[in-house]
Structure formats: C-alpha cells, structure tokens
Design a protein around this ligand. Structure first.
Ligand SMILES: [Ca+2]
Ligand SMILES: [Ca+2]
Ligand SMILES: [Ca+2]
Length: 381
C-alpha cells in the first residue's frame, strides 16, 4: 500500500511540472509595444513640421514653417505654403513649389516672392537677380526675361557677373544671385558685413568709362583709359575728389578697386587709397601702402599729417591683381577693410578722439608717391 501511495505521488509531481511550463506563442511577437527599427529617409505627406534637418526626397509636404538649418535636401517636389525657412543650403532640383518665400536656386515655381537666383519661373513678383523668367512684374536686377518691366541696362557689366551695371545691386562685386537679405537696394556682398541694415543704397558708382562732371582733380593729372582712371604722384600727393557732400554723421561707405600696372615703386612711403571725410584743408584717407604691405588710416589737418591706425596685409596680391579698400562710417566709428584677388586681407578700426565729432564732407581717391589704375569708385549710403 505504501509503495502504491509513493508511486501515485511521483505521478502527480510529474503531471504538475508539465502543467506549470508556460510557452509564449510565436504569434505574440511584434505586438504594439515593440519599437519600429525602420530608418525613414523619404518622408511623404507631412504637415506642420518644424525644425527638420537633413531630409532627403521629401514630397507632398504642406504648411511647414520655421525650419532652420536644413542642409543637403534634394529632389523635393510638390511643397506648398512653406514660409520663414532660413539657413537652408545645398538644395537642388526642387520643382513644382508654390507660395514659398526666401528660397534660393529653385526652378519651376509659381507664385513665389522674395526669392533670388531662381530660373525658369513664371508669374513671380518681388524677386531680384532671376533669369529666364516670363511675365514677372515688380522685379529688380533681373536679366534675360520676357515681358518684365524693370531697369534699363547700359550694356556694361563691371564685375562680370551677368548683371548689367545699372541693374546690379552690387555693381563692383561678383554676385550673380543678387542675394539681398535686407530687401533694400543693396546686395548682401555690398552691405556692411556685420550689419545689413547700416547701408541702404548705392549713391554713386563710377567705372571710369567717361569723364564725369562729378569729379574734381586737385594737385595733378588724372588720365582716363578704357574703364579706369590713372593717378600718379612723385612726390606730392594727388587727390581726385567726388563733388558730393556726404551729410555729417549719417552712415556711409566709400570703396575703390585698383591695380598697379605701371611698374615698381622706390619710396617706402607710397600710398593708394580713398578719401572718406573732408572739410576745408583737413581730410581722412584710408590707404594701401604697397611697399610696406599694410593698410593705414591717415588724418591730414592743414600741413599736419598723422597716422591714426594701421594693420599688416596678409598674403598681398601681385601688382596685376585687383586690390580693394572699403571704408565704413556707422555714425560714430570708422572701419577700413582691405581685400585683394589673392585673398589678402587687412582691417583698421578707429573711434573716439581719432574721429571728428562731425564726420562727412567730400570723398574720393588719393595717390602719394604711387602710380595706380583705379577701375571703380562707389559711394554707399
Ligand atoms: Ca554686374
Ligand atoms: Ca554684382
Ligand atoms: Ca541689402
């Protein structure tokens, strides 16, 4: 009896073990709690997305706003109503978009405003620098369009960017896209680089093809060639003064582009530059000192001459390459920048007692112990 009882207990234990094993059915794998490990690289049909970066091949998006810093997008199509996007770069091949603003380099769009550098569009308004469009109105700086009212060109293109001097929002510097972030009359490359709101327009641009009555030479002869005026001086300084008084203490900027095509110089004190403020016999110049390879600001008061700041130019260009001086006055301080074709740069800043309490007056060109061909002069305000 005892043996039978022990056998029955053994059988019951075996049965209990089998009954307690729980095996998860295969069909339960992948339920709604499991993460989706798919990598999505082609978002379609999104609405109201913000802050997206690095998207590729997006289609059918609507109403996206405020996206910033998107890069490398390609092949976007069918987007509508996007506004306020900033900092996008590297987008190519976008087509069929409508109602977008602030974009660059798009093609095949309709109804866009505020764009630059677009081609092949129709019915757009308020754009600048576009080519190949038809039926657009209210644009500036466009070329090659049909049926557009706008500027009348003079057949010259000083900077070779494809935009006629009369229609170029920065006629002395290459900017085929005519990008103009501030929406005034001045392209970005011609703005004060730290404040696009400082200057508004080009007051005077002279590529020196014709002698204009707006110039007054003092102290010597200035000779016109084709697209240049040559000033030389040994040893006295020569000034070529633009006959327009810049209002005192309002922001303005003066720029000159020049070459050295007339050989070497001997004097260690040989200057080429711009006059950027003048009253009576007193004036300020910012000059490139060719032999010393530096940019300097000089103040002349009657017979007195004093240096008020200078900076060495790194990697200066050869004489046959272009050089450019640009002076900015913001209402209280002066910044003079130098740039050249070889990538040379220099910058001098003056303020406080080094500037007059009332800056303005005449502007112009200057050479001293130097032979220089100036190819353009620009006054910005
Ligand atoms: Ca041009
Ligand atoms: Ca230009
Ligand atoms: Ca501007």
């Amino acid at each position: 009896m005892k043996k039978i009882a022990l056998f029955l207990i053994f059988i019951l234990v075996l049965a209990g073990c089998d009954g307690n094993v729980k095996v998860r059915p295969i069909g339960d794998l992948g339920d709604e709690d499991d993460p989706d490990h798919e990598i999505e690289d082609s978002d379609n049909g999104n609405t109201g997305d913000t802050g997206n970066t690095g998207n590729t091949g997006d289609t059918g998006n609507t109403g996206d706003t405020g996206n910033t810093g998107n890069t490398g997008n390609t092949g976007d199509t069918g987007n509508t109503g996007d506004t306020g996007d900033t900092g996008n770069t590297g987008n190519t091949g976008d087509t069929g978009n409508t109602g977008n603003t602030g974009n660059t380099g798009d093609t095949g769009n309709t109804g866009d405003t505020g764009n630059t550098g677009d081609t092949g569009n129709t019915g757009n308004t308020g754009n600048t620098g576009n080519t190949g469009n038809t039926g657009d109105t209210g644009n500036t700086g466009d070329t090659g369009n049909t049926g557009d009212p706008g500027c009348v060109g003079n057949g010259r293109d000083e900077d070779g960017d494809g935009i006629d001097d009369n229609c170029d929002n920065c006629p002395s510097q290459y900017n085929p896209g005519q990008k103009n972030t501030s929406g005034d009359k001045l392209g970005d490359v011609c703005e004060a680089y730290w404040d696009y709101g400082l200057l508004k327009e080009i007051k005077f641009f002279d590529p020196f093809y014709n002698l204009q009555s707006s110039w007054n030479s003092t102290g010597g002869t200035w000779t016109y060639g084709s697209g240049k005026v040559s000033g030389s001086s040994t040893p006295y300084g020569q000034n070529y003064v633009y006959n327009f008084d810049v209002p005192n203490n309002t922001p303005y900027s003066v720029e000159a582009t020049f070459y050295f095509s007339q050989g070497t110089i001997n004097s260690s004190a040989a200057y080429t530059g711009v006059i950027f403020a003048q009253t009576g016999n007193s004036f300020y110049t910012c000059v490139f000192e060719r032999k010393a390879n530096r940019v300097s600001i000089w103040r002349t008061s009657g017979s007195g001459l004093s240096s008020v700041g200078n900076s060495n130019v790194t990697a200066p260009a050869t004489d046959a390459q272009w050089h450019r001086l640009r002076v900015f006055y913001d209402g209280s301080a002066v910044k003079c920048t130098f740039a050249d074709e070889a990538g040379g740069t220099g910058e001098v800043n003056i303020s406080g007692t080094n500037v007059w309490s009332s800056m303005g007056g005449k502007t112009g060109l200057r050479v001293y112990n130097e032979r220089t061909d100036f190819t353009s002069f620009v006054l910005y305000q």
